[in-house]
Design a protein. Sequence first.
Lengths: 275, 534, 98
Amino acid sequence: MRTEKMRRSPLSTSQTTTTEHHPALAHQFDSMEQQQEASTFGMWVFLLTEIMMFGGLFTAYLIYRLKYYPAFVAGSTSISVSWGFANTLVLIGSSFTMAMAVWAAQKGYRKSQVWFLIGTMVLGTAFLGVKAKEYYDKWDECHIPGIGNQVIGKPFNAWGGCSIKDTSLGNIAEEIRDPNKHGNPNIPEVAAEQTAKRTEIFFSFYFAMTGLHAFHMVIGLGLLAWLLLRAKSGEFGPSYYTPIELGGLYWHFVDIVWIFLFPLLYLISRHQHGV
Amino acid sequence: MPERHFLNDNYGIRSWLLTKDHKRIAILYLFSITFFFLIGGFFASLIRLHLLTPNGELFEADTYNKLFTMHGVNMVFFFLIPSVPAVLGNFLVPIMVGTKDLAFPKINLLSWYLYIAGGTFSMAAMISGGVDSGWTFYAPLSSGYLKTHVIMLAVGVIIAGFSSIFTGLNFIVTVHRMRAPGMTWGRLPLFVWSNYAASLIMILGTPVIAITLILLALERGFHIGIFDPKLGGDPVLFQHMFWFYSHPAVYIMILPGMGVISEIVPCFSRKRIFGYSFVAFSSIAIAVFGFVVWAHHMFVAGISVYSALVFSLLSYAVAIPSAVKVFNWTATMYKGSILMSTPMLYAMAFIGLFTIGGLTGLFLAALGLDIHIHDTYFVIAHFHYVMVGGMVTAYLGGLHFWWPKITGKMYPEAPAKLAALITFIGFNLTFFPQFILGYMGMPRRYWAYPPEFQVLNVLSSAGASVLAVGFLLPLLYFAWSLKYGEIAGDNPWQATGLEWETSSPPPTHNFHHIPIVTKDPYAYGEDAEVTVVH
Amino acid sequence: MSEPTHSHPTPGLYLVILLALVVGTCLTWGIAFVDLGKWNPVVALTIAVIKAVLVVLFFMHVYYSSKLTKLTISAGVFWLLIMITMSLSDYLTRTFLP
């Protein structure tokens, strides 16, 4: 004997109070509001996974920073704090333009949202340009970790001079031994060399973390380009601006990662070293 | 059987490969998962064959290492982790919450394609000679010394990980945002609670193994020094990062299986589940606690003894919610009207075998004992009891329970019961001797062993051949049932729950009318309280 | 068509937040050259957390969002902290003798 378990209501008098169908409403959702809420929540859950992914790198970084602190200080000194500072401002600016783009889309201001998206892309590209210059500098100074000289021509060498024939102490090891910088004139050459070797791990994290970040920025630029096309065609307005809102969430997240990367990578014990 | 349903609504290969219907995606997963299960099983057979003799006469040591690696990787990443969520979860979760599809159907399809891509890399690694790192990829062996295609396999696992992440994301958003009117959290079937909890783990844990394997690949390819002691790296760090995911991963595997049991036991006891809230919250508790016990895999790896103490204590704590479930299932059966259907046979086997597996986990969580039994066959027996005796048993039980709903046809009962019995006997014969072997000191991952262990090894291998038969039989009779099986009808088990309210197989949009839920899903029997909320 | 029911920040508010972020960045950079001993990283990370919170609350609209969104973010931070603290608990107690 089966009892009537659930009252059922025919589809046509179910939750949707309006008989109009927004063209962007996907079939699995009952209303634009449900779609917007579900999509935004979905993007937040995705950002959770990104927190854990970058988090793994941050955890490993923290452990090595504790283990090899002098090497991390030396490595941090050798990257340009001015460029890092400038890049941080650039990215924060791009977060502002992105937030404005979402605001403009929500208000229905077509031209503004397009210009703000373009602004975000310009600033994002500038950021990547600076990073490219920074990576080039590291290559030039022989600070790219790992792989042999057959591949990139300048193998990792923080303790000796950059050219193989140069037997003078490299810039990092010099740094470590400099009494004006470290206050300890008695660090023996061997210890300085050992510390300089350990900076390879710092640079591994530098490239892994900024590299993963840059990869996310490149994807972000792709997403922005796609959003730009849709914004130009007038797709977004007060009743539907979810994609640009989600794009904004992604972009701000990438900004937040950099907000932490800047002090962790560029500002380790700077007070001893000046600009 | 209804005239139009999700299986015949559309024809042609494109309608399957480009489907957005969660039910069709579940079927796609069913086929691919079965494929990888067979591959993993094939490697298991080779292992057990080789271990018949103590002197390693069948394979070389290096080849043996490849066998257990490929067995482990295929079974863990390409079978166990997706199995219940991707097949049964994908099919049932939207129906159980009362909606038309998952929140993001295209992402669901992407999930399947990512799984296939990951599996392709795994097959490629196999075909190009196999990998011998162990499924745990420990550094610096895998990053600095092996000559096999470690990175190819690692890439496969990373991609499959993203498949898992997207499945979990879909489930979480669906359960939060797409429940039918009246479907409160307290009225969700426990299968949904379990899959939700497993999805939390998928979301929070899988990204960590992704970054770990990426770092491993960078280390192996470019020797950056992160895990290599010669360059200042720390191999134990790899283990921390690896197990941070891989321990919660075992809860990804078992929680959905427990959800299946929570559906089967009340149905075939004709009784409301005992302690619904406790079972529901215990799933969440397992998901949360599961994240703080990972270093119990590392007790002898060189971690601090104080940290080991903490992890050991927490490992005992994480057993408690699982025990709660076992008590509740048993209490549900007490004074129930038990029907020994095939799903119920699997469920009862689960309860017993999972208990043994779970309790032996506690042996391993004890620091002093672990020093002796770590990396022995005791560990292998423990995790096969929970994974095969637990998870695979639950998966099979669930397949049998919902087969009529998915296909509209009944499987043949007699061969099914026979297969369940053969599987049970074969399983215990295979793995119980391994507890004894481990306790006696036989190490794991060894291609040869002292001759005094041979009798138990032979018993184990004999059991494996029986188990293989038990696993192959369902393949045969499920296929048979598609053509010759009895028409099942909407609710052959007289079960409660939204999925039994719709036709078998369900229509593409799951329901003909959106349900409005007024009761909880376990109103079995006369003593069930009926609550009607307007 | 339905208007969104939650409110949104104004461009003015966004500008204020932008200013705060720029100030925070300059502060971080400037304080890095002052010797505060072991407090340097603490100060730098505190400012970073404040900046991140501002971005989350206002640029990402979480201030105006549902409890579920706030819970989700808290869960993420909590899990990250579990990973960091419990891993560190091993390394920091290795040479500790009672």
